[in-house]
Structure formats: C-alpha cells, structure tokens
Design a protein. Structure first.
Length: 460
C-alpha cells in the first residue's frame, strides 16, 4: 500500500455544524499515511483547540482563552512533522523518551539538516516549535493516562527588564524552560541600510500591474509596523471613509507630522473572540497611529486604484444587481489587480520576498525595522547625553548618566513603541534597547546586563 504521508486537513465548517460539531468546525485534523483519521493526534488537537488541555493546567481546568486558528494550524503542522519522522524512524512518538529521542535524535537530525527538505540545518525557532508540540502531545497523553507519567528536565534563567508601568523599574525576573531547548539569539538585530530598503521599495512600485497596490502595502507595514495578516484583513472602512471623521492625534502639529488614530480588530494577535462572515479572526482591539500623509494615500487608493482592481471580480456578475452585491461583499481594502480578490497574508509575504531585496528581509522584519528607526530618531534628541556617556572611561552600568540614558530610551519603548506594536512581552521590546545601544557603541557587556536572553531561547 502506498505511503501518502501525514497531512493537515480541514473539513467543511458548514457540514460539521449541520452534523452538530460546530465547536470543532474550524479546527484542523490530521490524516495519517494510510490515509486515515489519526485518532489520538486529533483528540489532542481538539482538546488543545477547545481549551480542555494546555501545558499550564494539564487538563485540571479549562483554558478560557484557547489558541487562535493560526496557532492551531501551526500546532497541527508541527505535530504532523514529528509524527511522520517517528513513523519513518520506526519510533512510537507516544512513548518516546524526551532526552534520548526528542532531543538526541529528532532535534539533532533537524540541527544537522538530516530531517529537512533541502538537507540544510533548520532555524532554531522551527526546531524548538516542532519539539515542543511533540512534547505537548506526550504530556497530554500522560495526563489522559495513555502513557506513563514522566518528568521534563528544566533550567531557570534570569534577565533584567523594565516594568510594564514604570520605565525606571529595573527588576530581575526569572523564567523556567525545558532543558535541551536550542538557544535563539534574539538579542542581536541587524537591518539593511535605508538606501537598500528604499531601492527595494522602488522595485516594488515599478512592478507592472501590481506596483501601486503592493507599494502601498509595503508603506503601510513600514510606517505603522502592523502585521501582514492585519494588513490583509484591513477593511475599506478601517480608516473612516470620510476624512472629516478622522481622529487626528496631534492636530496642533504641522500636517506632515500629524497622525491619524486607527483601531484594528481583525487578525490582531491575542484571544480569538470569533470569526466573521469573511473568515477573518476577530481579536483584541488596538489603536495605532497612521501618518496623515499615508492616510491620504489610502483614501486615494480606495477611491481609484482599488475600484479598478475589482473589475475582474465585478464582471462575474451578469446583472447590475449582482455586480452591486459583489461590490458590497468586497470589504477588504487591498485587492489583487489580476483576480479582483483580496490579498492574503501569504501573498503579501510572497511578493515581499520575491522582489529582489536585502537578505532576510520579511514583513515581520519590517515591523522591527520601524521600531528601531523610530527609537533611533527619538534618541537623536539626546545626542549630548550619549556623547558624554561614551567619553566616560570604564563607565559603570550603575553610573547616573548611564541609567538616565537607559531610562530615556526605555520610556520611548514603553510609552510609544509598545502601544504601536501592541506587544504583550516587555522582554521582546527590550531587544530594541540593546540594538540601539550597540549601534551607539555602548559597551556590549553593559547592554547584555540590561537585556539578558536566557540560553534556552525563552525570549518571549
């Protein structure tokens, strides 16, 4: 019998709902290599997706905030990879030992490129995610009495970070993580030059047919730091249709410095409150600043280029009423000029990375790029203080001027950058502080004390 491999599949949500299974209608399922319904892996995904089990509570109580659809899709994909590896290697993943099998073999093969499509070592983030979900599957099985209980070796690491509500509070915090996890060095950020970014951006705009729309998508991400899925789910009226209704955050400033307050709620990171009729996740609301000049460009796009891009879709309506209905159903802002359909997050990633540009340049990297550029510009107001700090021989981490400089940068991160990025973790945004101080040639040993990333990669 041929081996069809393990696959992540989705059933028709409508059919499941009609059959009385609406609770799991949007959850992924796994088919094994026969192919057949993978009973235990799917029960794990159901329990995880409905909040009946998670690594924190181990099924002792229900998680009121289950994973989002995107997270569940990732969990299913990572588990499929582990299941397929185990089957090919003749290993029972359900009973496999953590240290000798998951770390000693599965993780090691991914590190060496033995278990990868192109025989190249995989990124630490990818390896950690796959091993973790395989371990979660084992813990779930133990909690359900499907295997013997087992213990996981852990390590405790300490880092120093600012308080959520006090930029002058520098408290040491500890975090526990599993031993054997690969270190993800998130403490070093590097970006292409502004010239390289601008050259890449110009090539986006020069693309025939697509340049106008995709260039605006690029500018929206680079100037607001929103995520690509949030960009794909941006609605026609996310920015109010009437410019007179725009909420200007700083109306006393010249127009070139003004920003418009915009509220996002579709595909935002965090709890999933539901899925709307357009299959978009409804998440926590967050308000961001959109430069006024960019808001005007969005307004012009939706009144001209977007309508032209919708033509292939509208033409499918055979009557004027049908065409009006199609137009009414097209609620997303960014429309693909060839198909008349909305842009998806995957399409944004593909055109972003397919146009010749800087290495390791992605929409998410554009988010970090915005944060660091913003921080750098704001800190230019403190040039004199920076120069004085750099002139101090053998400057101490506790020197008053060093602490004052750090506090200034920390305040910008906490009060201005974090709200725009809508980060949950202070530790992630602290990395921007290290990037800034490293760029300013502040001794690296000092910045490492401020932003200590633990050796097991638990930076977020």
């Amino acid at each position: 019998m041929p081996d069809y491999g393990f696959k992540v599949v989705y059933a028709d949500p409508g059919l499941l709902a009609e059959a009385g299974f609406s609770a799991v209608a949007n959850l992924p399922f796994i088919f094994d290599s026969e192919p057949g319904y993978a009973r235990l892996p799917n029960q794990f995904l159901i329990d995880r997706g409905l909040g009946y089990w998670d690594p924190k509570w181990h099924g002792q109580k229900r998680n009121p905030i289950p994973p989002s659809r995107v997270s569940m899709r990732n969990y299913a994909s990572w588990l499929v990879n582990a299941l397929e590896w185990a089957e090919i290697r003749g290993i029972n993943l359900m009973t496999a030992d953590y240290s000798s099998i998951l770390i000693g073999r599965y993780q090691e093969e991914m590190l060496k490129g033995i278990w990868s499509t192109d025989n190249r070592p995989l990124a630490p983030e990818t390896i950690n995610a796959r091993v973790q979900v395989a371990l979660d599957y084992q813990m779930w099985a133990a909690d359900k009495g499907l295997r013997e209980p087992f213990s996981i070796p852990t390590v405790t690491s300490t880092y120093v970070a600012g308080s959520h509500d006090n930029s002058r509070s520098h408290l040491a915090q500890s975090v526990q993580s599993r031993k054997g996890k690969i270190k993800v060095n998130k403490s070093t950020l590097s970006f292409p030059s502004k010239e390289a970014v601008e050259a890449w951006r110009k090539r986006i705009y020069e693309r025939p047919i697509f340049g106008t729309t995709e260039g605006l998508i690029v500018d929206l991400i680079l100037n607001t730091a929103i995520r690509r899925e949030e960009t794909a789910c941006w609605r026609v009226d996310t920015l109010p249709l009437n410019p007179n209704e725009w909420k200007i955050a700083n109306p006393d400033q010249p127009e070139e410095y003004q920003s418009v307050l915009v509220t996002l709620r579709y595909a935002t990171k965090g709890k999933e409150y539901g899925v709307d009729e357009y299959n978009d996740k409804i998440g926590p609301e967050g308000t961001i600043h959109v430069p006024f000049w960019l808001a005007r460009r969005i307004h012009n796009y939706r009144n001209k280029d977007r309508l032209l891009a919708l033509k292939p879709l509208i033409k499918k309506g055979r009557t004027a009423e049908a065409q009006r209905s199609i137009l009414h159903q097209a609620v997303h802002l960014f429309i693909h000029p060839e198909t008349g359909q909305r842009y998806t997050g995957d399409q944004i990633y593909r055109f972003w990375t397919s146009v010749k540009g800087p290495e390791h340049w992605s929409p998410h990297k554009g988010r970090d790029w915005w944060a660091c550029c913003y921080l750098e510009e704001r800190m230019k107001q403190n040039t004199d203080m920076i120069q004085q700090v750099l002139k101090i021989p053998n400057v101490s981490n506790e020197h008053p001027m060093v602490l004052a400089l750090r506090d200034t940068a920390q305040t910008v991160i906490q009060m201005e950058i974090r709200p725009q990025l809508r980060h949950v973790s202070t530790r992630t945004t602290e990395i921007y502080l290290q990037w800034l101080f490293s760029k300013m040639s502040v001794p690296l040993t000092m910045t490492r004390q401020w932003v200590e990333i633990d050796e097991t990669g638990d930076a977020e």
